[in-house]
Design a protein around this ligand. Structure first.
Ligand code: ADP
Ligand code: ADP
Ligand code: MG
Length: 446
């Protein structure tokens, strides 16, 4: 096991990782920008290093500054969390070069899966079904030709995209030409790479993803699935596990497919294999996320496995502490993403000072956040400020508990997405478990 780990992130996920390290007896180094000197992750870590000015490009995305912080503090390993550099193969490689263990898959695996068009090819090789579509396409003419083959409507996607960006839907040829231009520009601006690929647009699919984790000895286990169909602008809003929309047979098949892909690609550490599922429960691979995911706690709640501790364990060379037989899901878990945004004003970001805070508690309630009363949410980063996670023996109990806990959750001084979650908990489609990836936008009239 490591003696000291540097946490290359901020916010609730940095705190989550620090907590895992503390339980493992590993000391922690936080990094922070000038905007984050008062942040909770800095207070909880054993040591902290300032890595630069507020803009992420100058701090949390500044590879050299982070490597210097690791050297200065004597950390042996780096946990990247999610977002920022978590899926940056060059960062994983630079860590290795500097003699640091990157707590994640090998740089080569990140690179392969980071190109979603390449990942599709790997899935096909592993006998995992993919959405009908194309490989990476070089020219607009190639894209038009491929769309004609696949059949409209289609979706153009940035090969290195993430966070729901660089994706456009097109119903016909004319609109596709326009979409390609916009998607390319968006992808170049956001990801520095304008390559696109194409998929058939699935109608009203569900998004169901499977958690896997592998160690260096070649053991790979899955931890079943998460339902992530409640989305806005292709970003998850709330998640639940298990998925209310698949039968036990499909559940097993999807889990096996995810393990097959991980095995065939020599995958280590935690990863998520994302699928879309149609009305007939056919499932199609869309991408693999090579990192811990925002919604990992719901898997922890139903399996009892601490995913972040497992990540640290396997990165240090230890075997997984669990075998497949040990993973026996129990009950139902839900996660509600609490963003500092105003749901009544088109989800406008709402940074500012938390003037009053009262956290929920009681049975089956978990609070992952980096908030405290008096904290000032800086305007420079993602608007996710916390997550409420609940567990119940049944889905009904989880819903009742979520409603109770979200009512207890008092945040004043900034607008948050809590009112939206309370509304969804009383929504009939949500209550029935029968909702798809377009449902929330329909409901909001977006
Ligand atoms: P998850 O499935 O874990 O929710 P997301 O795609 O929503 O994954 O991304 C997790 C977090 O990382 C979100 O806060 C999102 O805004 C951020 N993120 C995703 N992709 C990128 C990216 N390419 N660059 C920076 N941040 C990103
Ligand atoms: P990202 O890398 O931004 O997370 P994904 O490929 O995972 O992109 O897709 C994000 C979301 O976009 C999915 O959860 C789903 O809602 C929607 N989506 C992606 N591909 C398709 C498709 N072929 N048909 C319909 N919806 C899709
Ligand atoms: Mg995705």
């Amino acid at each position: 096991m490591f003696e000291k780990v540097l946490v290359a992130n901020r916010g609730e996920i940095a705190l989550r990782i620090i907590r895992a390290c503390q339980e493992l007896g590993v000391s922690t180094v936080a990094i922070y920008s000038d905007a984050d000197s008062e942040a909770l992750h800095v207070r909880h870590a054993d040591e902290s290093v300032n890595i630069g000015p507020p803009p992420a490009a100058k701090s949390y995305l500044n590879i050299q500054a982070i490597l210097d912080a690791a050297e200065q503090s004597g950390a042996e390993a780096v946990h990247p969390g999610y977002g920022f550099l978590a899926e940056n193969a060059a960062f994983a490689a630079a860590c290795k070069e500097a003699g640091l263990t990157f707590i994640g898959p090998l740089a080569s695996a990140i690179e392969r899966m980071g190109d979603k068009a390449v990942a599709r090819t790997l899935a096909v090789e592993a006998d995992v079904p993919v959405v009908p579509g194309s490989e990476a396409l070089a020219s607009t003419e190639e894209i038009m030709k491929s769309a004609a083959e696949v059949g409209y409507p289609v979706m153009v996607k940035a090969a290195t995209g993430g966070g729901g960006r660089g994706i456009r839907v097109a119903e016909d040829e004319e609109r596709l030409r326009a979409s390609v231009r916009v998607a390319k520009q968006e992808a170049e601006a956001a990801f520095g790479d304008g390559s696109l690929y194409l998929e058939k647009l699935l109608l009203q699919p569900r998004h169901v993803e499977v958690q896997v984790i592998g160690d260096r000895e070649g053991n790979i286990v899955h931890l079943y699935e998460r339902e992530c169909s409640m989305q806005r602008r292709r970003q998850k809003v709330l998640e639940e596990a298990p998925s209310p929309g698949i039968s036990p047979g499909t559940r097993e098949q999807m889990a096996e497919a995810a393990v097959r892909l991980a095995r065939e690609s020599g995958y280590t550490n935690a990863g998520t294999v994302e699928f879309l599922v149609d009305k007939d429960e056919n499932f199609y691979f869309i991408e693999m996320n090579t990192r811990v995911q925002v919604e990992h706690p719901i898997t922890e709640m139903i399996t009892g496995v601490d995913l972040v501790k497992e990540q640290v364990r396997v990165a240090s060379g230890e075997p997984l502490s669990i075998e497949q037989e040990d993973v026996v899901p129990k009950g139902w878990a839900m996660e509600f993403r609490i963003n500092a945004e105003d749901p009544d004003q088109d989800f406008m970001p709402w940074p500012g000072e938390i003037s009053f805070l009262e956290l929920p508690g009681g049975p089956g309630v978990r609070v992952d956040s980096a908030l405290y009363q008096g904290y000032r949410i800086p305007p420079f980063y993602d608007s996710l400020i916390g997550k409420l996670i609940v567990w119940g023996l049944t889905r009904e109990e989880a819903i009742d508990r979520a409603r109770r806990a979200l009512r207890e959750y008092k945040i004043e001084g900034v607008k948050t997405t809590i009112p939206l979650h309370l509304r969804l908990l009383d929504d009939e489609a949500f209550a029935s478990g029968n909702y798809h990836t377009g449902y929330l936008e329909e409901l909001l009239g977006d």
